[in-house]
Design a protein around this ligand. Structure first.
Ligand code: Q46
Ligand code: ZN
Ligand code: ZN
Length: 314
């Protein structure tokens, strides 16, 4: 297959865009497409300081790389969960640190960058006294799976670091496959509250809440993987050992079968949903939850007194 731009050997064929590209043109296309997504959903502007949540996986490292290439002031945040199975946490942090060491040289920005980027590392055990698996065991939450505790802790820490650092937005590497799988999950169960909230930008509706953005929400997982590969970004291939068997993986498989039959299915499933929502064609409930600051940490919460995060550590 040939590159549509230069006739060279194509490294990827994106059937839904009817576009095959060579390595150089693909890297260019990917960066430009991300910038267009940032503008389309008014995620942030050129002067904004961003915090990128990095896990050591392909999506988050590719996102950090692209934001730096676009000239954004983007710092990283790695949360060390303390997952010891096959050294998962240590190994994933190694990948992030290696990326940081090489990224200055590898990222001559398209636009001049004001200052150098930094990596914040929050070690959960070092900071709060217990790793995620230990915390899940002690609190008995999640029946052997630490994911619910993990999600709660990650959300709290990301919000805290974004607030303390005065970042304009917290960017995560969620891609189109992630978003489509969540949409399918929420639709199958008609979770109208979640559907109302699912968006590429979550506004900071309360003082103490950070704005959250997903610049890769229009990019397929195979496209972010191809970007990382062509760009030579070394990332951890293994998923977190607790991710296996998750319902999301099953829904992703279903969507992949659909996509195989009808290229572009995931893209239209997710983007047509956003479009219909924007036009007011979906009557979803407006959020009416009342939040107040947690007595201990000050983060907004619906719970009386302490927030769910602070209650975990009591
Ligand atoms: S990191 Fe944490 Fe995930 Fe691992 S323990 Fe579960 S939630 S699977 S994104
Ligand atoms: Zn080309
Ligand atoms: Zn709290």
């Amino acid at each position: 297959m040939k590159c549509k731009k230069c006739g060279g050997v194509a490294v990827i064929n994106m059937r839904h865009h009817r576009l095959a590209l060579c390595a150089d043109h693909y890297l260019d296309w990917f960066v430009t497409y991300t910038q267009r997504t940032i503008e389309k959903f008014r995620m942030f502007g050129s002067g904004d300081r961003l915090l990128v949540a990095v896990s050591g996986g392909k999506d988050s490292l590719a996102l950090w790389d692209v934001l730096l290439r676009l000239g954004y002031q983007a710092d990283g945040l790695y949360i060390k969960l303390g997952i010891e199975h096959q050294g998962y946490s240590d190994r994933s942090l190694d990948y992030v640190q290696r990326f940081l060491e090489t990224s200055e040289a590898a990222n001559p920005p398209r636009a001049p960058r004001p200052t150098q980027h930094v990596l914040h590392v929050v070690d959960i055990k070092g900071t709060y006294g217990e790793s995620i698996p230990e915390l899940a065991r002690r609190t008995g939450r999640g029946r052997g799976k630490p994911c619910s505790v993990c999600g709660l802790v990650k959300r709290h820490v990301m919000n805290r670091v974004a607030q303390e650092g005065g970042y304009a937005a917290l960017a995560t590497g969620h891609n189109l496959d992630d978003e489509a799988a969540v949409l399918l999950q929420n639709t199958l169960r008609w979770q109208t509250g979640y559907l109302a909230r699912q968006a590429p930008v979550l506004e900071a509706t309360q003082p103490g809440l950070s704005r959250k953005v997903k610049p890769f929400c229009r990019l397929y997982e195979r496209e972010t993987a191809a970007y990382a590969l062509v760009r030579g970004i070394d990332y951890i291939y293994d998923e977190c050992p607790h991710a296996s068997g998750a319902t999301t993986i099953f829904h992703k498989e279903l969507l992949n079968r659909l996509e195989g039959r009808s290229p572009g299915a995931k893209h239209s499933f997710y983007l047509d949903f956003l479009r219909a929502k924007k036009k007011g064609q979906l009557l979803l409930p407006a959020e009416e939850v009342e939040l107040h600051p947690c007595e201990k940490c000050g983060q907004p919460t619906t719970a009386p007194g302490l927030c769910a995060f602070c209650r975990l550590w009591q």
